[in-house]
Design a protein. Structure first.
Length: 375
């Protein structure tokens, strides 16, 4: 991957490489490629930044620290000085060439960040330079500066620091829209969450429990089983030693579950459908083992009035993501601030250790989130 080309020309803020915004004040306002900063601050905006490149793609060994221009922002966007960035499985897929960014998105890896607002677009009123935020991004998180729509930023939950907050956006946006909005999980229902110790999994367990659901989850070892039980899961199945289909049928007396949240796909698809009650919902958020099934029998879907749905977050519209951010602010932030939902970071990696961060996820040894220290 060569130095990324942003949607608009690189922003030039003066003749020196690093400049203070306050040095370029004009009547208390600075305009740079649609950005405005209406109060003087000491946020430094360089002409260039470091980011993680991945050349033509491949394994973790292709990840390198590189340099490119700081991105310009639009009228409704903010520029964030990134301190920490979450590492997620879609980053690994993009690095390997299997998950290209949508049109208009930064080609740089990284879908969630936490840091300080460095610049705001001319139409942004919700944030000011210097605000601490965590944010969902369309890409660009593995860099010293990242741009995103202002409506995709959230204040840090009360009592949280930047390091922990960087582990929130991508997983919580994904779980909320798929479990709550698409899956329509209700109090008293049951849900099977595959990969319970992953970032998505441990988040889904906690949100489902707060909504009053009975939670089943699958994991690959006993240490991860204890981790999930500690987060509130009602039933944990080690898929390496037990068949999850027969175990859940035994536990539920063959009634099954109302919802399955799955990222495995492949051979799991028919197994998941076999576990759904009448009016059940299969919510697919990834296909780690493939998206096709040969000789698939659709009859159970019709007879039991099942719903098969799913979504990917990255290509959704700015407005749709803003709606999710609003729901999280209203419904989930109070649970984070009260300690009813916990953020678990398995390990922090330094910026130059990004390859090791990716290897950790590939090996599946983590329980919780992986976070890069960027600043």
């Amino acid at each position: 991957m060569s130095a990324p080309v942003e949607d608009s020309a690189p922003r030039q803020v003066g003749r020196r490489e690093r400049l203070l915004w306050s040095d370029y004040s004009r009547n208390g306002e600075i305009l740079v490629d649609g950005a405005t900063e209406s109060s003087k601050s000491n946020v430094m905006i360089p002409a260039t930044m470091h980011y993680i490149g991945y050349g033509e793609g491949g394994g973790p060994e292709v990840l390198r620290v590189a340099e490119c221009p700081v991105p310009a922002i639009g009228a409704r966007e903010v520029l964030i000085r990134v301190e920490f960035a979450g590492v997620n499985r879609p980053d690994l897929l993009q690095r390997a060439g299997n998950y290209p960014p949508p049109p208009g998105a930064s080609p740089i890896l990284g879908l969630e960040v936490a840091g300080r607002v460095a610049a705001i677009g001319a139409e942004v009123t919700a944030w000011k330079v210097g605000d601490l935020v965590c944010a969902l991004t369309p890409g660009g998180g593995y860099a010293e500066f990242c741009r995103t729509d202002a409506s995709h930023c959230l204040s840090l939950p009360r009592g949280f620091d930047l390091a922990t907050s960087a582990a929130i956006p991508e997983t919580f946006f994904t779980v909320w829209t798929n479990v709550v909005s698409r899956g329509r999980l209700q109090s008293g229902e049951s849900i099977l969450i595959h990969g319970g110790s992953s970032g998505i999994g441990y988040t889904a367990i906690q949100i489902a429990k707060q909504l009053g659901a009975v939670v089943f989850t699958t994991v690959g070892n006993e240490q991860k089983a204890k981790f999930c039980l500690g987060l509130g899961a009602d039933h944990v199945i080690n898929y390496r030693t037990h068949d999850f289909v027969s175990e859940i049928k035994r536990m539920t007396r063959a009634r099954g579950v109302d919802i399955v949240l799955d990222m495995v796909g492949g051979p799991y698809i028919e197994k998941n459908i076999s576990l759904l009650k009448s009016e059940g919902r299969l919510v697919q958020i990834a296909f780690l083992q493939g998206s096709t099934v040969s000789d698939f029998d659709f009859m159970p879907i019709m007879l039991r009035r099942l719903t098969v749905t799913g979504s990917t977050l990255r290509p959704r519209t700015v407005e749709e993501k803003a709606t999710i951010a609003h729901a999280l602010r209203e419904r989930v932030w109070p649970l984070l601030e009260s300690g009813q939902i916990k953020i678990v970071v398995y390990r922090f990696f330094q910026f130059a250790e990004v390859a090791d961060a990716h290897r950790t996820i590939e090996r599946g040894e983590h329980a919780g989130k992986i976070v890069l220290s960027v600043g």
